[in-house]
Design a protein around this ligand. Structure first.
Ligand code: PLP
Length: 406
């Protein structure tokens, strides 16, 4: 049980804990969810700022004055090209390398279905993946007989050694989390670039699942060296739900073939059987699109940029340092996410004492003191997704709450 005193304190203070820095205090007032609860669930679904919410509402209202009326549709038309260019310049992608999606999972599926898989072909994933980077491979296994090789990316293992140990002449793709939702491990840019070189010489497609990447850790697509990267707007970038992006190296566009296509994937077509695809990653998009949401995605990233990505990432690391120290000072909890700053992220994971159940703790923290955390793959592991708007007080309150329930 959470002690009554603690409950009362948390109930009274949810959202009113005073962060040390002014820019954080101001930003918190702009994020409704940050003051409704103690929000450590950005790794599940991120809260949006008022500015992003207002952009979506405004553009939706505007569009619906006449969705097909050129007076309005002409103003809506630049939303997607502007956002593609903006994401490209912000995250080190070439101007033609961005497709706008609705989720990370959509990008992962674009990558997974981009090959003409044959029975016995192999894909490499890890033991730290989200179901979004597992299920597509199960489906491809069952449909085409591909083989899934799993490497161990627990904190402390060597990414390069692990991948090398499973590569074979049948390996066609490596698909890993940039930042694991299960143990918070972040693949370092330098080791990713080295892996990319190794895989390129063997003609193996290298894809990263970046659901927990941008906004949580430093992310530069060119530096990572991968062929493709799937991410979303609705976690650490604090964008509207149902927004995402798929980044592709331009020289990989033709190797990552379309499985789904439709109107707008093409540059030219006729009804006699001819077509050409767009010469950019926008070829992976098709159909009518949620323009107001994409406008909100643009606003969300601009807001983060205004706050300063460096400042945001430094604060996340500082808060995680605080969390590590606070857990180390206790005898009942242990840290399972990586400790080295270069390997860690805002995804902070704790091991609960036996026989404490992480799902039960998660439910009781959410229902009682409104502390939002998340159980992850290992039974006794509990995740606190620590973003810049969180505070040391909130971390301390969460640890106290967790320990009292165990
Ligand atoms: C590592 C990872 N990949 C993929 C996903 C799925 O993301 P989306 O909902 O954007 O498809 C998640 C969601 O938590 C995740 O943590």
């Amino acid at each position: 049980m959470v002690p009554l005193g603690l409950l009362a304190r948390l109930e009274g203070q949810a959202g009113s804990a005073v962060p040390q820095e002014d820019w954080v205090r101001r930003a918190r007032t702009q994020i409704p969810a940050a003051t409704e609860s103690i929000y450590f669930q950005t790794g599940g679904i991120g809260p949006s700022s008022r500015r992003a919410i207002e952009t979506v509402v405004d553009r939706l209202e505007y569009q619906n004055r006449g969705p097909a009326d050129p007076r309005y549709s002409a103003d809506m038309a630049p939303i997607e090209p502007d956002l593609r260019s903006y994401l490209a310049s912000t995250f080190g992608v070439s101007p033609n390398g961005v497709a706008l999606t609705h989720s990370t999972s959509e990008g992962i599926s674009i990558a997974a279905w981009s090959q003409n898989w044959a029975s016995g072909d192999e894909v490499v994933i890890s033991n730290q993946e989200h179901p979004a980077n597992v299920i597509p491979w199960y489906v491809l296994r069952d449909r085409f007989g591909i083989v899934i090789r799993e490497i161990n990316l627990d904190a402390g293992t060597s990414l390069l050694d692990e991948v090398r140990s499973v590569l074979s002449s049948r390996t066609r793709m490596v698909s890993l989390s940039h930042v694991s939702r299960n143990n918070g491990r972040s693949i370092r840019a330098a080791e990713s670039a080295e892996l990319a070189d190794l895989l390129r010489t063997r003609g193996i497609v290298y894809h990263l699942d970046g659901a927990q990447g941008p906004g949580c850790v430093a992310m530069d697509f060119a530096e990572l060296g991968c062929d493709a990267y799937s991410t979303c707007g609705h976690k650490w970038l604090l964008g509207p739900k149902g927004t995402g992006a798929f980044f592709v190296r331009e020289d990989a566009l033709d190797r990552l073939q379309l499985s789904w296509a439709g109107s707008h994937s093409h540059a030219t077509m006729d009804y006699e059987g001819s077509y050409t695809l767009l010469p950019s990653a926008a070829r992976y998009e098709f159909g009518t699109r949620a323009l107001a949401d994409f406008a909100g995605f643009h606003t969300a990233v601009s807001w983060m940029e205004e706050l300063g990505f460096d400042r945001v990432l430094t604060r996340i690391q500082d808060l995680v340092s605080h969390a590590v120290d606070a857990v180390d000072a206790r005898s009942d909890l242990t840290v399972t996410s990586p400790r080295a700053e270069a390997d860690r992220s805002g995804v902070f994971v704790l091991r609960l004492p036996s026989p404490c159940d992480a799902t039960e703790v998660y439910n009781r923290l959410a229902e009682g003191p409104r502390i939002l955390s998340s159980p992850v793959r290992r039974e006794r592991d509990l995740r606190l997704a620590i973003h810049f708007f969180n505070t040391e007080d909130e971390i301390d309150a969460a640890l106290e709450g967790i320990a009292s329930l165990c």
